[in-house]
Design a protein around this ligand. Sequence first.
Ligand code: CO8
Length: 262
Amino acid sequence: SSSSEQLVLSTRSDSNKVSILTLNRPKALNALSTPLFQALNAELEKAEADDSVRAIVITGGEKNFAAGADIKEMKDKQFAEAYTTNFLGSWNKIASIRKPIVGAVAGYALGGGCELAMLCDILIATPKSTFGQPEITLGIIPGMGGSQRLTSLIGKQKAMDMVLTGRKIDGITAEKWGLVSRLTEENQSVVEEAVKIAETISGFGKVAVQAGKEAVNASLDLPLEQGLRLERRLFQQLFATQDQKEGMAAFAEKRKPTWSDK
Ligand code: CO8
């Protein structure tokens, strides 16, 4: 099929190390239909399995990230069907990817779009982008982590404000509140900035990068003492890697390290 029919476009950065996945339903503002999410999951699995891929960028391009779950698809859904087919259950796939994921948000990141953005490990947005959880205006609530991840990112009072009033915030506010890692400057491409960050990560040793992601994510699930124990174990284990020897030798010898990913 031609690329215009593909719901998720898959390209590579110049170095070939970054897999760039672009949501491609521009006419529906990248509304997240089940087929779109199946396509995204398939591309994520491919990127995870491909040794040449060191980091992943998820974006909707320079116009819109995603205006939410596909309302037209959900409109007539019944409880029994939603429950027995585990509607939205597969949307958790992205949380199991071990390679780092950088999200690039321009335009709307609403509802499921905001939740997809929060599932990225690092998030770049334009100052004018729009984040929100407007589900309440549709008679529902967030269904893909919006009530949980949003609260851990921005705190209860602000999360309640967004979830119960449907309040939308711009990228500048989202960055201030901790929902976004970095904002683009005027005239910068949000996708290019995200790829640059993914390239930076791609330049480090694979084992340490995976351990860093695992350790930070553990803090969201574990009580502090268990999280610290997991961090210490991972830290100690990294002394069994060649990359630790190389990284510290290179520092001592005032040269650039050459990572072996071992
Ligand atoms: N679903 C389906 N179609 C959509 C969606 C959507 N979420 N958002 C926009 N579209 C469609 C519009 O229907 C329209 O199609 P058409 O041209 O055929 O009429 C086209 O995209 C362009 O949209 P608009 O004409 O509305 O564009 P505007 O610039 O006037 O407005 C807005 C942009 C403000 C973003 C507006 O489109 C809007 O309010 N969209 C809905 C936002 C929303 O409520 N999102 C939350 C959805 S619920 C949700 O995500 C639940 C999450 C549950 C778990 C996660 C699952 C993914």
